[in-house]
Design a protein. Structure first.
Ligand code: AMP
Length: 170
């Protein structure tokens, strides 16, 4: 099964010059979604993850089926203002302006082995902030898994010290 058949390229969305990779056809197809989940699960087992972390919001879509398949916990990293208890927060730069991500204190335990799962690696800003939150919790990032990696943006270079797995590369 070629999963690229289920990713639609949408030029100039959300702004001119961006080639947006739309993954909704993939998650809308049971066999394709299951195939992608199996690949993520195999990687999670290979790196010995004992918890899955997914960034808001597409990391939830790809991370939660991996967690349930393997009987692991899933921890969400969320946009600010969404988590009700005390949080750790990381601010990071976007092409224009800033963004922030939060994690509940205590949701990830010290020494846990974390696999981060997300939809797409572009510049890597989201994942850099996610790694900082996990490491501030005292846990170890044992791997980072993406459905899609946009190689031209060289996001991978930010994460030389971490094992990275991409199901699809463009
Ligand atoms: P980044 O922090 O630059 O690695 O990108 C963060 C998030 O933005 C990714 O997880 C995607 O959800 C989204 N994103 C960035 N570029 C694209 C793209 N070309 N197509 C679809 N989603 C994108």
């Amino acid at each position: 099964m070629n999963l690229k058949d289920y990713v639609k390229n949408v030029p100039d969305f959300p702004q001119k010059g961006i080639q947006f990779k739309d993954i909704t056809p993939l998650i809308g197809n049971g066999k394709a979604f299951q195939h992608a989940t199996k690949l993520f699960c195999a990687y999670a087992q290979k790196v010995g993850a004992d918890v899955i972390v997914g960034p808001d919001a597409r990391g939830f879509i790809f991370g939660t089926p991996v967690a349930t398949q393997l009987g692991l916990g899933f921890v969400p990293v969320r946009k600010p203002g969404k988590l009700p208890r005390e949080t750790l927060t990381e601010t990071y730069s976007l092409e224009y302006g800033e963004n922030a991500l939060s994690l509940h204190k205590g949701d990830i335990l010290p020494n846990q082995k974390v696999l981060i799962v997300d939809d797409l690696l572009a510049t890597g800003g989201t994942i850099a902030a996610t790694i900082n939150l996990i490491e501030k919790s005292g846990a170890e990032v044992v791997g980072i898994a993406f459905l899609i990696e946009l190689e031209a943006l060289k996001g991978r270079e930010k994460f030389k010290d971490y094992p990275i797995y991409s199901v699809l590369t463009y």
